[in-house]
Design a protein around this ligand. Structure first.
Ligand SMILES: CC(C)(COP(=O)(O)OP(=O)(O)OC[C@H]1O[C@@H](n2cnc3c(N)ncnc32)[C@H](O)[C@@H]1OP(=O)(O)O)[C@@H](O)C(=O)NCCC(=O)NCCS
Length: 161
């Protein structure tokens, strides 16, 4: 069974290995940029990881890079460990440490696994950004935390004419 904890500097190489476990053919400079982002997140205590038998099998990074709002910016589970609930547990762990009344995340429209995961946890759509990856909009998601969800609009008292 896996466990979730905050990453420390000793975990950096293991987290990097999970990041490199993605599909081949990625641009090396893009990967290097993400490795720096991961190292910064670990140093700041903003990286949560899932471990099993002392191996790191997934991680999540949260920051304030979306208009200063709490943002789940990166979630990755080792390919051989997917569909075991690890991504779900990591997102729930980020929700638990989020200071604030909402948590945003985002993913490409084409990323059905991530969109399904977020939807099952109760995230809802909050707009999208075109022209980051041509033809594949970046979908923004939000979940309201605690009792802070805005009240639904009241039903109209009378039917409109
Ligand atoms: C997206 C990702 C993090 C999901 O992690 P995971 O540990 O496999 O997710 P979970 O096991 O918690 O899945 C939760 C639910 O999400 C949905 N889901 C996850 N992967 C899916 C897939 N490949 N196809 C369809 N639905 C999927 C399912 O509803 C699943 O529940 P179920 O297994 O009971 O049907 C993982 O696929 C991954 O690391 N992908 C590459 C990186 C990435 O795209 N990250 C997201 C953007 S930063």
């Amino acid at each position: 069974m896996f466990a979730v904890a905050t990453a420390t500097d000793q975990d950096r190489d293991g987290v990097w290995a999970v990041e490199r476990d993605g599909p081949g053919g990625q641009d090396e400079s893009e990967i290097l940029g993400r490795l720096v982002l991961i190292a910064d997140a670990i140093a700041d205590g903003r990286c949560l990881l899932a471990t099993e038998d002392e191996a790191i099998i997934g991680f999540a990074i949260h920051d304030r890079s979306l208009f200063g709002q709490p943002f789940l910016s990166l979630l990755r589970v080792r390919a051989s460990d997917r569909r075991r609930g690890i991504g779900t547990e990591l997102v729930q762990a980020v929700m638990a440490v989020t200071a604030g009344d909402r948590l945003f995340s985002s993913t490409n429209a084409s990323n059905h696994p991530m969109r399904m995961l977020l939807g099952r946890l109760g995230f809802t759509a909050s707009g999208f950004i075109e022209n980051l990856d041509p033809g594949d909009p970046e979908m923004i998601y939000i979940i309201w935390l605690g009792a802070s969800a805005p009240a639904p609009l009241p039903a109209p008292m009378e039917a409109p004419d």
